[in-house]
Design a protein around this ligand. Structure first.
Ligand SMILES: NC(=O)C1=CN([C@@H]2O[C@H](COP(=O)(O)OP(=O)(O)OC[C@H]3O[C@@H](n4cnc5c(N)ncnc54)[C@H](O)[C@@H]3O)[C@@H](O)[C@H]2O)C=CC1
Ligand SMILES: O=C([O-])CC(=O)C(=O)O
Length: 311
């Protein structure tokens, strides 16, 4: 199986690293416009192979899409990240043009691939990739919910003082500081609702920390995060390449699910070899429904900024 990652920066290289470690692809191609950069990142990752024991062939290219031909999955991470104090939405002006061109280039060489969109503002970039390429909606997947859900589990694990892997929890809605919806009502510690162990005040604190999880890291690092984003992409790509049918919150075009249409937004999805194989339309309570509608309005109004790039 062949995976191309466009953008060999912090997130792209971390995706390549995590995918190689998992041993889920025979070939990973990293592509960047910066001369020699992807080649260098690929060489550095390949020099891990003997000490970590992976057999994936990772190569790097400078803007040569012919080397990406016949990829099964293409991950788009190209574009600028935010700096402390910025929102993801402020990146749209530069990233929209990049994502549109990149999506066209990758499909010209891999017409049957599944595209995973990472560049921010991710829900809007996913919508742009879908609208500009005309691909069927199962083949364009926005990655955000996998990461937000793993941060939610991290903050729950800190509050409970229990391991993250004993906790199941999901974040739906937009991938933005104010649009995420951590589903605290449904979060569980080994099958037991977390509300058995944490007060409403503690749960509200966890939800608030989750929503600004990316901003917190951006403040600490001076640029946005990359290890957990890379691991989240690898988790998603694993479910596609190995047809695992995992349920992962992903940004996908909704068609009536959760009462919404014509936006890409985070909802629980079954992910397999065909990409998005099913949207799991669960019953939300009134407060969750209201939060989802508000989140959808914000995502929709962001998409309106794409008018010129989609014209
Ligand atoms: N959806 C999510 O959960 C997450 C999204 N992100 C987003 O991912 C994007 C990348 O972040 P980082 O890797 O930290 O940034 P970075 O600046 O480290 O890397 C971006 C790379 O894209 C390359 N690039 C720019 N234009 C290109 C083009 N036309 N073709 C090919 N490569 C191009 C740059 O040369 C650079 O190497 C940002 O937009 C960031 O906001 C970051 C973390 C999580
Ligand atoms: O915070 C950012 O800008 C990058 C991102 O989407 C994340 O780490 O969740």
């Amino acid at each position: 199986m062949k995976v191309t990652i466009v953008g060999a920066g912090n997130v792209g290289a971390s995706c390549a690293d995590s995918i190689s470690y998992r041993g889920i692809a025979s070939e990973v191609v990293l592509l960047d416009i910066r001369e020699g950069f992807a080649e260098g990142k690929a060489m550095d990752i390949m020099q891990c192979a003997t000490n970590t024991g992976f057999n994936t062939n990772v190569s790097g290219v400078t803007n040569d899409y012919s080397k990406t031909a016949n990829s099964d999955v293409v991950v788009i991470t190209s574009g600028i990240p935010r700096k402390p104090g910025m929102t993801r939405e402020e990146l749209i002006g530069i990233n929209a043009g990049i994502v549109k061109t990149v999506a066209e280039n990758v499909l010209a060489h891999s017409p049957n691939c599944i595209v995973v969109v990472v560049s921010n503002p991710m829900d809007t970039m996913t919508y742009l990739a879908l609208k500009s390429t005309g691909l069927p909606k199962n083949r364009i997947i926005g990655m955000g919910g996998a990461l937000d859900s793993s941060r939610f589990r991290y903050y729950l694990s800190k509050a409970l003082d229990k391991p993250s892997n004993d906790i199941s929890a999901m974040v739906i809605g937009g991938h933005g500081d104010t649009t995420m919806i951590p589903l605290t009502r449904l979060a569980a510690y080994n099958g037991i609702p977390v509300s058995e162990f944490l007060s409403q005040e503690e749960l509200d604190k966890v939800a608030a920390a989750t929503m600004v999880g990316g901003a917190t890291l951006t403040g600490l690092l001076g640029t946005s995060a990359w290890y957990a984003p890379g691991a989240s992409v690898a988790y998603l790509v694993d479910s596609i390449l190995n047809d695992q049918k995992k349920m992962i919150a992903c940004s996908v075009m909704v068609d009536g699910e959760y009462g919404q249409n014509d936006i890409c937004i985070g909802v629980p999805c079954i992910i397999g070899k065909n990409g998005i194989e099913q949207i799991v339309d669960i019953k939300l309570n009134d407060a969750e429904k209201a939060a989802f509608a508000k989140s959808a309005d914000a995502v929709r109004s962001m998409n309106a900024d794409l008018k010129t790039v989609l014209a």
